[in-house]
Design a protein around this ligand. Structure first.
Ligand code: ADP
Ligand code: S3P
Ligand code: MG
Length: 172
């Protein structure tokens, strides 16, 4: 079985993915880290020096390499399901479950305010109001892709442990 974690930046894909893999005894792949290893550049540098289009093409290419793993948890990037035929490929995987970590704009903004500099799409935003406006519009564009996931979990106000418990119940 293969598990794909989907959701907006800051929803907890990387954090929950790592823990879930540990609990299940599965391998863990963070697609962003995998892209960095394969490209020999950080995500920030790829955006800055090669541009977002190059990143999206690399993301699709490297996604294909992690689709057919076994007993793995894969934390996708926030944009991964929303470009090209990525979500169709994820949905077409056999023995795979896609999980949407669904968080409110307020929760996402609070978490991302602490981590804007490592996320090129939001690094330039100055105030909390600008950040919230950006997330609201972006989430409106992306939510239809996220909602194609097999399972959705509302993560607002839940500790990581509580999310893990709910996830395991929904998965098995
Ligand atoms: N359930 C949670 N409660 C509180 N903080 C969380 C929770 N899940 C994630 N975080 C924090 O939110 C930030 C973004 O998490 P991360 O796993 O990097 O998200 P993503 O990979 O979806 O962008 C991190 O600082 C992480 O510690
Ligand atoms: O939402 C996006 O388009 C992106 C999300 C990031 O991953 P996280 O969702 O893990 O922050 C990373 O892939 C890149 O900065 C672009
Ligand atoms: Mg991540």
């Amino acid at each position: 079985m293969n598990i794909f974690l989907i959701g907006y930046m800051g929803s907890g894909k990387s954090t929950i993915g790592k823990q879930l893999a540990k609990v299940l005894g599965f391998g863990f792949i963070d697609l962003d880290r995998y892209i960095e290893q394969q490209e020999g550049l950080t995500v920030e540098t790829i955006f800055a020096e090669k541009g977002e289009l190059y990143f999206r093409k690399a993301e699709s290419k490297h996604l294909k390499a992690v689709l057919d793993l076994n007993n793995s948890v894969v934390a996708l990037g926030g944009g991964t399901p929303c470009y090209g035929n990525n979500m169709a490929l994820i949905k077409a995987c056999e023995n795979a479950k896609s999980i949407y970590l669904k968080a409110s704009i307020k929760t996402l903004a609070a978490r991302l305010a602490e981590a804007q500099s490592t996320r090129p799409l939001i690094a330039h935003l100055k105030t909390r109001a600008e950040l919230e406006e950006f997330i609201a519009k972006h989430l409106f564009e992306r939510a239809n892709y996220y909602s194609l996931s097999d399972v959705a979990i509302a993560v607002d106000d839940l500790e990581i442990e509580q999310i893990m418990e709910r996830l395991v119940l929904k998965l098995f």
